[in-house]
Design a protein around this ligand. Structure first.
Ligand code: CA
Length: 553
């Protein structure tokens, strides 16, 4: 008998061929997968960005692909695109706001009339700080000049703020990335909304205290900054900082090595600044084991309400944890003795920053793609935070929520390339990791695993062969599968048949490419975006939902 079905079968198709009768497309690794629709890809871009590129696609090409997606979304439905940008930015779901700011600039410059107007109206919602606004100006410049709409929107950004808030923004973010408030105010040229606004604009443009500032309550921060310049000793500086609530950005750098100054700064320091300055405060001698400052910092890091209010993203916490724990700066900015209670509090803050998650109560298999391509690139531009180690951290959040979970890591073979090419043993490693371990230990354990080719079908094949009961497979991957004899979606159907369980598959996308291993026509498979704070609750909801769909084939 000639085995026709060896070459043409809908149940078992080699990953270097598309499943017959489906809309699969070639991925970047030589395998076949599904093309993500533009709206799903827009979400991936808004959350993951394109900084650093991927193993297969350079930063430049990945940015062009993603920007083209934004452009297609804008052409299809400008207001829907804008709503997505505003929602993801405003809810703080993304590690970085820049992809949203860039997309907003595209909407403002390339959208239709209604979209442009709405984009400018959304400017203060997406650009919440002076830095965001300067980035918007830079991005918008790539798509056009300073037309009337742009001038009016930027002018309103300054004018619509209460004068005291404006003083804070102008003082704290004076210039960033080649732009300054002075540039923006000169280009937008707004007519000041009040005498206080007028004084603050004059200060931002000329750099001198204007007449009447001393007696204007809204100008007290800039008055205090002037006094700070002539303060002669550390005690006077600390007193001014404490009493006038001066932020770190407004303190001359020569004072930022002193514990007394940092102690004063800490009193009104926002969460994000605190997380970013842990090493500096330790080096300055403020954070010492057993000190009241260390206790205060640890208590704040463990406070879920504070974390939520400040929109602290778990990836920033993870990055801070890895750097702080190491005791040395990434860019050679010295060494310090990390305080254990602060490291532990950062670990707790990572989980707390996702908010409360209702467990699904299902049997979960958390499968990490640890193939070679996942070890390339830096999530959100954070050195040493590759997709493979960051996905371990994401998976731990679901593990902390779901009692019944198993961790595995997969490559096509244990030492190198396997699957149908190598003929070697499938590279499945059961991972003895747990949310009770500290994150940095988990990250180190995952980073040390051997890498190889990619077969995203392995988790389902492994569970079927080993008679492991799974309700929901969560696969953390870049979707560049290529080294298997069956496609992941086929392996899932085979698993459902073999175990009699209507198992579901959640594909957690770890890069902003346009591929998915999830079959869009199967309601039991879904795509979500890695490093999105809403991903763990979405996984729980999807796993919990009772499937009325006919997924048992
Ligand atoms: Ca791979």
């Amino acid at each position: 008998m000639f085995k026709f079905t060896k070459f043409f079968s809908t149940k078992a198709t080699s990953q270097d061929q598309p499943i017959p009768g489906t809309s699969q497309v070639p991925n970047s690794a030589g395998g076949y997968g599904w093309q993500l629709d533009d709206w799903a890809r827009l979400d991936r871009f808004l959350v993951l960005g394109s900084e650093g590129g991927t193993y297969y696609v350079g930063e430049r090409e990945l940015t062009i692909e993603n920007a083209s997606t934004v452009q297609r979304c804008l052409a299809a439905d400008g207001l829907r695109t804008l709503a997505r940008i505003v929602d993801i930015s405003h809810s703080g779901r993304a590690p970085k706001n820049d992809p949203a700011i860039f997309s907003l600039a595209m909407a403002a410059k390339l959208g239709d009339e209604a979209t442009r107007r709405a984009a400018y109206a959304a400017l203060p919602k997406v650009c919440r700080t002076g830095t965001h606004l300067m980035h918007f100006a830079e991005y918008a410049q790539g798509f056009g000049g300073w037309g009337r709409g742009m001038r009016k929107a930027v002018g309103s950004w300054f004018n619509d703020k209460p004068a005291e808030d404006l003083a804070f923004q102008l003082a704290k973010y004076q210039s960033r990335d080649g732009w300054s408030n002075r540039d923006l105010l000169r280009l937008a040229h707004p007519r000041a909304a009040s005498p206080s606004h007028d004084r603050l604009f004059a200060w931002a443009v000329k750099g001198e205290l204007p007449a009447g500032a001393e007696s204007d309550p809204a100008c007290q921060l800039i008055v205090a900054m002037t006094e700070l310049k002539s303060a002669g000793d550390v005690h006077a500086v600390a007193t001014l900082v404490r009493e006038r609530r001066i932020p770190r950005e407004c303190v001359p750098t020569e004072w930022l090595t002193r514990a007394e100054v940092w102690e004063a700064l800490l009193e009104a320091m926002p969460m994000t600044a605190m997380i970013r300055n842990l090493a500096t405060m330790t080096r300055a001698g403020l954070l010492v084991a057993g000190s009241s400052a260390a206790a205060r910092v640890a208590a704040q890091l463990r406070d879920p309400q504070r974390l939520a209010k400040a929109r602290v993203h778990p990836i920033s916490v993870l990055s801070a944890l890895m750097t702080y724990k190491s005791g040395r700066g990434v860019r050679g900015s010295g060494t310090w003795e990390p305080v254990a209670s602060v490291v532990d509090a950062l670990d707790a803050a990572f989980y707390a920053s996702f908010g409360a998650i209702e467990p699904a109560g299902k049997r979960m298999l958390l499968a990490l793609d640890v193939s070679g391509s996942m070890g390339s690139g830096a999530v959100s531009g954070i050195p040493s935070l590759t997709p493979r180690v960051a996905s371990a951290a994401m998976a731990l959040v679901t593990a902390a929520t779901e009692r019944d979970h198993t961790f595995i890591a997969f490559t096509a073979a244990s030492g190198g390339y396997g699957g149908q090419w190598g003929g070697g043993q499938s590279g499945i490693t059961t991972l003895p990791i747990s949310p009770r371990q500290r994150l940095d230990d988990v990250v180190n354990a995952v980073a040390a695993l051997p890498m190889g080719g990619t077969d995203c079908a392995l988790p389902m094949i492994w569970a079927e062969q080993n008679r492991v009961d799974v309700d929901t497979f969560c696969i953390y991957t870049d979707n560049e599968t290529w080294a298997g004899n069956v496609h992941p979606s086929q392996a899932l159907r085979s698993y459902r048949d073999a175990r009699g369980i209507p198992a579901k598959l959640v594909v957690v996308g770890m890069t902003s490419n346009g591929f998915s291993i999830a079959d869009p026509n199967d309601a039991g498979m879904v795509d979500v975006v890695g490093f999105d704070t809403s991903t763990p609750p979405v996984i729980a909801d999807f796993a919990r939902a009772s499937g009325s769909h006919p997924i048992l084939s």
